[in-house]
Structure formats: structure tokens, C-alpha cells
Design a protein around this ligand. Structure first.
Ligand SMILES: [Mn+2]
Length: 300
């Protein structure tokens, strides 16, 4: 599928702000439309936005959107259910990444585009080496900084995997290096819990850098754990709970909705106003999953 948009000046693109796939998808669009207006955001925010988007990538389709390109099953199911899927959209839950679909949609086959897609595919499948980890952490650390995210998307569009040899990029990621150690520690911790047959984990991430706060439950459920949550602070100073679900029928969104949060069955989030609500929420969570072996872990 090759699609060429005409009026480049008015192209507004939204992409996922938190990971390599989102930034890689934006980078591919920049290769075609260097003057596109980029907005990096989150799944919960995009669906409430009233902006007219030309292209929305790696995110659920918002109300005013010409083309949505995504690989999340939850987005696909929602669009099928609401009848909001259009002929211009490309939603393939079997695709290895959203960037893969962007390249396919626009017929991008040059060397740099292929490298960008490969990086996104590896990142989304969890096949991450040290270099990709640094890029991922850099993105997470700058998740609320639009300018930094645009900068890295442009770098990626210009250099492909050559970004890792770029002097400016190397300088930028120096501050990320210390986090790499913590990241490896978290991966080891998760494996140890799974070896001990822990099925449900509560990760208290209040003491670690917020760039890594959602990593423990994500990896835990990807590697065989049933359900996991992490507790951490967000920019507003409020507490946030992220819920991730593996191979079990516990529904993250149902649980989250009860506390004013939301999401989909496999991933949801809740903003908690105080410690009292947090205590209640955790005891409720544990009692709903009492059939499993539950562990509480303070990550530091
Ligand atoms: Mn993705």
C-alpha cells in the first residue's frame, strides 16, 4: 500500500511518546514529510483529543483522524466494535511493530527506513541489546519533553541505526547510562521472582527513576507472570498504579475503572490521590488474586 498525502504543511501526526516504536514510527513519517507537525502522547490522552490528526500511529484512533496505523489488538477490537475503522486505516494486530506498518503503508524501502523498522521490531518483541536499551531509556526519560522527542525522531530519520555513532546522540545519552544498571537489576529481579513461582507481583517503584517504573510489571507478565502492578509517582506528584496482565482472565481495565482509572484488559492505569486509597486498592487487588502466589517487592 502506497499513500501520498498532498498538502505537506497541514500534516499533523500523533505518535506514542513512551517507546522506540512510537518514535521510530514518527521518524519514518518525517522521512516522507519533513515538515509534519509532531505530537507525542499517550493512549489515554489521544482518545480525548479534539485535534484534527492526519496520521495517528502506535496509538488508539481518536475522534478526528484521517489515517490510523497501529498494531494493538485492543485498538483493532474497539474500532471493529464501534464501526470507526475506515478504509484508510491500517490496523494489523499481527504486525511486529507500528513502524513496520508505517513503512508498509507508505512504501518505504530504503536502507535507513529498513533499519528504523528493524529497531522498532526488536524493541517491541523484547529483543533489546545495550544500545537499544539506552535509546529506550532516553525516550522514557524524556517522555514529557516534546522537543527532545522530536529531536530524537529527526536524528533517527537522518541516521537510522547510525544514530548510535552520532556524536550529538552519544553526548545526549550519557545521562542515561546509570539507568542501564538499574534496568538490568530489574530484569534479574523479575526472573528471580518467576523462578520462585511467584504469579502475581506488586512492584513498589516509588524510589526509582520514573523512566523505569513500568518496566517491572511489563517484563514480569511478558515472561510468564499472571498479573503485576507497579506503584510510582507521576509529574503531578500523585501516585500512579500501572497494571499489566499475562495469561489469565483478570481484566486490568475492570479493576482500574473501579478506582477511576482505565485502559484495556491487558494494560490499565489508575491515578491515586493518597496513600489511604492506595492501601485499600492493594488489599482489594490481593484479595481478588488470592488464588495465586503473590509477592510484594520494593524496587530500589
Ligand atoms: Mn508499538
Amino acid at each position: 500500500m502506497v499513500c501520498v498525502l498532498s498538502e505537506e504543511e497541514s500534516i499533523v501526526v500523533a505518535s506514542h511518546r513512551d517507546d522506540i516504536d512510537g518514535i521510530a514510527s514518527a521518524a519514518l513519517i518525517l522521512k516522507l514529510y519533513p515538515n509534519a507537525i509532531l505530537i507525542f502522547t499517550t493512549p489515554d490522552k489521544i482518545v480525548k483529543m479534539k485535534t484534527r490528526f492526519t496520521i495517528v500511529v502506535d496509538l488508539p484512533k481518536p475522534p478526528y483522524c484521517e489515517i490510523c496505523i497501529d498494531h494493538h489488538l485492543s485498538n483493532y477490537e474497539r474500532l471493529m466494535r464501534t464501526g470507526a475503522l475506515s478504509e484508510k486505516d491500517l490496523i494489523d494486530p499481527n504486525a511486529p511493530s507500528a513502524a513496520f506498518l508505517v513503512a508498509k503503508y507508505f512504501g518505504l524501502r530504503d536502507k535507513i527506513s529498513n533499519e528504523i523498522v528493524e529497531m522498532a521490531n526488536r524493541a517491541d518483541s523484547g529483543d533489546i541489546d545495550e544500545k537499544l536499551s539506552l535509546l529506550d531509556l532516553y525516550i522514557k526519560l524524556n517522555a514529557s519533553n516534546q522537543e527532545k522527542l522530536k529531536w530524537v525522531a529527526r536524528k533517527l530519520a537522518a541516521c537510522g541505526k547510525g544514530i548510535f555513532d552520532d556524536a550529538e546522540f552519544k553526548e545526549e545519552i550519557r545521562m542515561v547510562r546509570p539507568l542501564l544498571e538499574l534496568r538490568n537489576k530489574i530484569l534479574k529481579l523479575v526472573d528471580e521472582l518467576l523462578e520462585k513461582n511467584v504469579e502475581v507481583a506488586i512492584f513498589d517503584c516509588r524510589k526509582i527513576n520514573s523512566a523505569l517504573s513500568r518496566l517491572p510489571p511489563t517484563v514480569f507478565t511478558k515472561r510468564g507472570g499472571k498479573v503485576a502492578i507497579s506503584i510510582y509517582y507521576i509529574d503531578s506528584g500523585d501516585l500512579k498504579i500501572s497494571i499489566r496482565v499475562g495469561a489469565t482472565d483478570f481484566e486490568a481495565n475492570k479493576f482500574a475503572e473501579h478506582y477511576g482509572g482505565g485502559g484495556h484488559p491487558k494494560a490499565a492505569g489508575i491515578v491515586v490521590k493518597n496513600e489511604y486509597v492506595l492501601a485499600h486498592l492493594i488489599s482489594d487487588f490481593v484479595s481478588k488474586l488470592k488464588a495465586y502466589t503473590v509477592a510484594y517487592v520494593e524496587v530500589s
